[in-house]
Each structure stands twice: as structure tokens, then as C-alpha cells.
Design a protein around this ligand. Sequence first.
Ligand code: COA
Length: 405
Amino acid sequence: MKYGRIVGWGKCAPAKILTNFDLEKMVDTTDEWIRARTGIRQRHVASDGETTATMSAAAGRAALAQAGLEPKELDLIIVATSSPDYLVPAASSQVQDLLGAKCGAFQLGAGCTGFVYGLATAQAFISTGVHKNILVVGAETISRNVNWKDRETCVLFGDGAGAVIVQACDEPTGVLSFVLGSDGSGAEHLGVNIGAHAVMTPAALERGDHYLHMNGREVFKFATRVMGQAALEVINRAGMSLADIDLLIPHQANLRIIELAARHLNLPMDKVLVNIQNYGNTSAASIPIALVEAVEAGRIKEGDTLCLVGFGAGLTWAAAVVRWGVSERPFAMSSMFAPVRRVRDRAGVTLRMAQSQVAMQTLGARRALQKGTARAVEAVKSKASLALLPLYTRLDKRYTRNKRE
Ligand code: COA
């Protein structure tokens, strides 16, 4: 089985920043309320011309550069988003075109959980040996679907994109286990009601159906319940315990949800990545952006074990245990396996030497055989000529006699 090593990573956050103080001028809110209830101080908001596709491509380019890969070396592109540029075509094909890649691409919709779903999907393609290099992106331009007059939602969200390159490798690394969950009965609590069931009519526009709606309290309850559960389940599936986790990277929706989940898991906050203060909730982009920031800040080291856990519209949830880096160490027992690896390497060298010796000897034997056969044929030929000589002589004499007569 192949493993999916994360060899490249990149992010893109719009330059335009909207602080809580900016929002104070737009809706009936305060910086104090937003910070106390959510932990958010500012969010990035896409400017004209910046979209899910353009930010995805920017994050993808950074990830490719980090991996030292050309776009043409990609075998697949997965873009997780709930705010694509269009209903059709999918943002993934725009990203493929913007990057100049020559591969398949598809869009994945699982709300804020989408990136973890994407990572699990990439691992499935890699583990079966179907693909070697896969770009997984989480990207959102939620600001375009937020009602900037609704204080209950507009203060929460932000735009951005994060991306990773997953590459096939033989050592146990990358996604070691994952859990994917869905409970569609909770759909009403979070969504944007446009689509085949809710056609965009002037009346629907008037009602504001195209804006994101949310039952904050219900989502809060759901999130605090599933975050801890999904994390424990995925860690268990990897055959590990919480003590093996170096860093938990949760979906950045609300600092209070993250703190409650950490308390539920009995995990100290210094083992939990929090960057919601700078980005707000960037939905499917939140986990990859947090991951990239953690790597850039030196919070993730070679061989570290991460737990990514997300939740969102659907309702959905997902978690993955990810081993970071090249790590030739199977799971958390590197020193124990070092002698085994040395023996395996030595055995490999001995085997290769034996193979080349056998190949040389086979070649020599074949040449000798060819020479011997050639000599034997020549000997048979000359013996046959000698044996036939009297006959030839008699025939020749008769022929000459006949000719004279
Ligand atoms: N500024 C000031 N007051 C606000 C406000 C804002 N931006 N938004 C809501 N309020 C008010 C409410 O109107 C309510 O007033 P009332 O008591 O007079 O009715 C009061 O604050 C408390 O509202 P409540 O809903 O109890 O707040 P809360 O502590 O639950 O926090 C959320 C609200 C939205 C921050 C919180 O429920 C939450 O984070 N939910 C999860 C959302 C989420 O994660 N969504 C994305 C999932 S991917």
C-alpha cells in the first residue's frame, strides 16, 4: 500500500482586512462582543476580481513551488468549497486551467469539513496506486454570500484558500486514518438556499434566500459534541492515543468551541492550533490555512503527528490523523525500528550484488555455450565434407567423362 506524503503547502489570504472596529460601523455590534463570543479580531475579505478559483490557484502555485513540482506533474486536483465562482462549471476546472495542469479535477462540497474530506479522498486515490501527485485545496469566498446587514452571521466569516500536495510514498506518513461523518437531518441549521429546490426568483432575492443563514446555538451544540468524538475516534483508528498527538488543528469557527473540545479531550491549549483571531471562519479553507501557518511558524516538525478535525454545513464532520514529513519511522517507534531498517538496507545491497553476479555468470555461460555450439557445428560440417569427398570425386569424374563423350 502507498502512503500520501504531504510534500507541498501554500495559502492565500486577500490583502483586504476587515476588523471588528470596521464592523462596528456597519452593524449593531462591538469589538468586545465579537472577541468575547468568538475570539475573532479581524477577517480577510476578497476584493473585486478575487474569487475562490483565483485564491485556490494562488495557494496551489505556492504548494507546487514548495513541492518542487510542475503543474503538469499533477495527476488530480480536488477543490473543496461551498462558495465556487459558479454553480457550473466547477471551480476545480478553473483552477486546473489557471495552473496550466493537465489532469482531472473535481469540486467537493462538504461545507467547512470539505478539506478533510478532500485529504481523505486523495489518500484513497494514492493508496490504491492510481495517482502519484494530488493537489487538495480548501477555498472560500463566503463574503459574497454573507448578508452584511445581519450581525449574527457577518461578523463570523472570512475569505481565503489553503492547499497541499499529497505525493505517493512507501513510508507510513501523511493520512494514517480518517473519519467522515454526515447528518443531513440537521441541514436547516446552516446553509445557502439556492439551487434546484430553491430557484433564484425575484421574490427569493427579495427575501435574501441567497444569503448564508445559520442557527448559531444549534451549530454550537453540534460542533462541541462532534469535535471531541471525531478526534478520539480517528486517533483510535490510527492505533494511537491522545498522548501521540503533537498538534490538534481544529476547524476555526469559534474559539469557545475549540476550547470546549480541547477540555473535553483533556488536551492543553498549547497543543491546539488557534488562528481564528486573524481570519474568522474561512470554512473549507480554515484547516489548510491553519496547517500552513503552523508549518511556517515552526510549530510542526518532521515526524510530528497531527489531528485535523472539522465540522460544518450538511451537517458534516471529519477528522484525520496526519503524520508530517518524510518520516521513515513507522508510527511512534522510530528508534525501535532503526536496527530493522539497517538490516533491511544491508539485505537490499547483498541481494543486488548477488543479482548482478548471477547475471554476469549467466552471460558468461551463454557466451561459452554459443562458442561451443559453433565449434561443434563446424566440426560436424568438416566431418561431413570429408565423408562426402569420395562421392563428390566420383560424381565429378563421371560428369567430366560424360561431357567428353
Ligand atoms: N453583536 C452583538 N450582539 C450580537 C451579535 C453581534 N454580532 N450577534 C448576536 N448578538 C446578540 C443576539 O442577538 C443575542 O441577543 P439577545 O440575547 O438580545 O437575543 C445575544 O447576542 C446572544 O446571542 P446568542 O446566540 O446566545 O450568542 P452566543 O453566545 O450563542 O454566540 C454565536 C453566537 C453565533 C457566536 C455562537 O452561537 C456560535 O459561534 N455558533 C456556532 C456558529 C458556527 O460555528 N458556524 C459555522 C459552522 S461551520
